[in-house]
Write a protein that binds this ligand. Structure first.
Ligand code: ATP
Length: 606
């Protein structure tokens, strides 16, 4: 196991809980010494007692010391347990903070779509974060066991050297066998990572309020539950294989230990009979052999748990230390307010080398201060294009230029401070209405007038003020607010269109972004709401650089420039009037939709 991983684990412990870990270390060492001290004191008391006419004062000090050790032995485990738990809690908090900070630093989305990386992340989240705490516990347990083993083996060695050698040597095969088992266990944790993630996925589908409707209506529950049970069986099979191997190995080792102890007992009793050992010696050796054997077993277990914790912490470090997923310049160029526009220059893109091209040589200028609408059939690449504008991915070929500067030369953080987007699949957070909007710009969380203004622009202010706690209403029925713990008041669930308006407000809460992206912002709105929201959005967009994607061609006709994407290529561009005059794809789609709205013939609707 790499010493580097052990150093990182211990350094994390030192930073998370320096005082607690030091006290834990000290008490663990004392706990290791206590049984040895007690055994020696017992031997001395017994030897004095059997030596003949003994005075009370002769054994009083020794007995008092023995009582003191007994009290310490009784108290120490509780103190050690508290310190262990407290250290563990602090370490877990720091390890989790570092993990989520590292995940948050990933600039792009590739890793969140890579099953291999997600397996690694699952291990880091579930077992890796507790690695440093486990290393410390195992390490201290091992040190404590070592002290006991060292002290008692020394004691036995003084009395019967070969007994000490026999007891300690019997532990070597145990250590080797347990380490081999530990390696298998770590491999098993990696192997079942995917099955564990699937189990969580099915469990989420079966219990999530968002999926509960379809589960019930389609009767899909049993199908998913069976798949979940299959994953649990796979996980159980892997655990069972290891458990059975462990049973065989540990059974064999227990037999070996018991045989060694039995043989030694016969031998020391015989030595007492022939007079080479005193009765006190026999008591000491018997106690010592038992203690050494159990301490050795403990030592092996702790060594194995350290080995396992280090291996899993190594997986955690692989995530925490994963370099940037997209190249980021160490000294990025400043992201200045947009003056001329954003240019896509011969942009080619595919999600992976084995995937088809999604964008194929797109050349496009999004002029500053204007609205560009992008239209096209499903799968044409519209959303992909805006994901590239936000730099969630880099073009496979070509470049995107912010006033002539390649996005790759800018700081992604600075760039994103200048962009706001309302995504087609915006998230409904199980938080309050205020937080659901304020998350679009965290500085707005404490700037209520901005939140209110964004809600008004998105046409959702009246909806929110009608809620029982207004902007502080929890928009979920899966939690209740902490303030209401005594008298829980469940939150509310908004309708699809109300949620969409809320997500528009989230996109508008940042005052005057340089680029505003609206991907199907009104697909769930009723006709009145759509009309009102678009009228307000148009006013809001004035002078702003914006990109609007919509299948409802009625709302894109006002755009300064309309771009038609087809199969990842720009096939038409111009104003609404230009494109109608051109009589191409846009004109075909627009006419089809307009006819659908006007006609009483149901066949005319698309
Ligand atoms: N994360 C992804 N990984 C792999 N392929 C993807 C991913 N996202 C989208 N695609 C593929 O890229 C193509 C373009 O998808 P995109 O979402 O950009 O289309 P769109 O024009 O926005 O479609 P729609 O009108 O349906 O929203 C589709 O074939 C889709 O399957």
């Amino acid at each position: 196991m790499s010493p580097h991983v052990a150093r990182r684990a211990l350094s994390l412990v030192r930073q998370a809980a320096p005082a607690q870990a030091t006290a834990y270390l000290g008490l663990s060492l004392l706990s290791g010494l206590a049984p040895l001290t007690a055994a020696w004191l017992t031997k001395l008391v017994i030897d004095r007692l059997v030596a003949g006419s003994v005075q009370w004062l002769d054994v009083l000090a020794l007995t008092a010391a023995l009582v003191g050790v007994g009290v310490a032995v009784a108290l120490m485990p509780h103190a050690v347990r508290y310190l262990q738990a407290e250290t563990g809690r602090r370490v877990l908090l720091l390890a989790n903070s570092r993990l989520y900070a590292a995940v948050d630093r990933f600039v792009g989305l590739h890793r969140f779509e890579d099953p291999v990386f997600l397996d690694r992340l699952q291990i880091a989240r579930s077992s890796g974060v507790s690695g440093p705490g486990d290393v410390l516990d195992g390490g201290l347990g091992a040190v404590q066991a070592l002290v006991t083993v060292g002290g008692f083996s020394g004691t036995i060695f003084v009395l019967e050297p070969w007994v000490a050698v026999a007891v300690v040597s019997a532990a070597v095969p145990a250590l080797l066998a347990e380490l081999a088992l530990s390696r298998r266990r770590v491999a098993m944790v990696t192997e079942i990572g995917q099955a564990e993630r699937r189990e969580l996925f099915y469990s989420g589908l079966l219990t999530n309020p968002q999926t509960a409707k379809e589960m019930r209506l389609f009767g899909a529950g049993p199908y998913l539950w069976h798949r979940m049970a299959a994953e649990i069986r796979t996980i159980n099979d892997a655990h069972r294989r290891i458990d059975r191997r462990q049973l065989a190995v540990q059974g064999g080792l227990a037999m070996l230990g018991a045989t060694v102890a039995g043989a030694l007992l016969l031998s020391v009793v015989r030595s007492a009979v022939v007079g080479t050992l005193t009765v006190g010696d026999v008591a000491l050796v018997v106690a010592a052999v038992g203690s050494v054997q159990s301490a050795l077993a403990g030592l092996v277990t702790q060594a194995v748990s350290v080995h396992q914790a280090l291996a899993l912490f190594g997986r955690y470090l692989a995530v925490v230390d994963a370099g940037p997923d997209l190249p980021v310049r160490s000294e990025p160029l400043p992201t200045l307010p947009l003056r001329d526009g954003i240019e896509l220059r011969d942009v080619w893109f595919r999600y992976a080398d084995d995937q088809p091209w999604v964008l194929q040589g797109v050349n496009l200028m999004l002029p500053a201060g204007r609205t560009t609408a992008i239209v096209g059939l499903n799968g044409a690449g519209k959303t992909t294009l805006i994901k590239l504008l936000c730099r969630f991915y880099d073009p496979t070929r070509g470049a995107i230029l912010w006033d002539g500067t390649d996005l790759r030369d800018l700081s992604p953080k600075e760039l994103r401070r200048r962009i706001r987007a309302v995504f087609q699949d915006a998230t409904a957070y199980d938080l309050t209405a205020r937080e659901n909007i304020g998350i679009g710009d965290l500085t707005a969380l404490s700037d209520f007038p901005r939140i209110e203004r964004a809600a008004q622009q998105a046409g959702v202010h009246d909806v929110i003020t009608r809620l029982r706690h207004g902007y502080e209403t929890l928009l979920t029925r899966i939690f209740f607010s902490e303030a209401d713990r005594a008298d829980p008041d469940t939150g509310v669930v908004l309708s699809g269109g109300q949620w969409q308006r809320l997500s528009i407000a989230r996109g508008l809460v940042l005052d005057k972004p340089d680029l505003l992206v609206l991907d199907e912002p009104s697909s769930a709105l009723d006709a009145d709401a759509e009309h009102g929201v678009h009228a307000r959005l148009r006013a809001h967009r004035t002078g702003l650089t914006s990109v609007l994607i919509s299948h409802r061609l009625g709302v894109v006709r006002e755009a300064d420039l309309i771009v038609v994407l087809s199969g990842g290529r720009v096939v038409e561009r111009g104003t609404h009037a230009d494109l109608l005059a051109h009589d191409g794809e846009y004109a075909r789609l627009f006419t089809l939709q307009a006819a659908g709205y006007r006609s009483s013939d149901p066949e005319a609707f698309v």
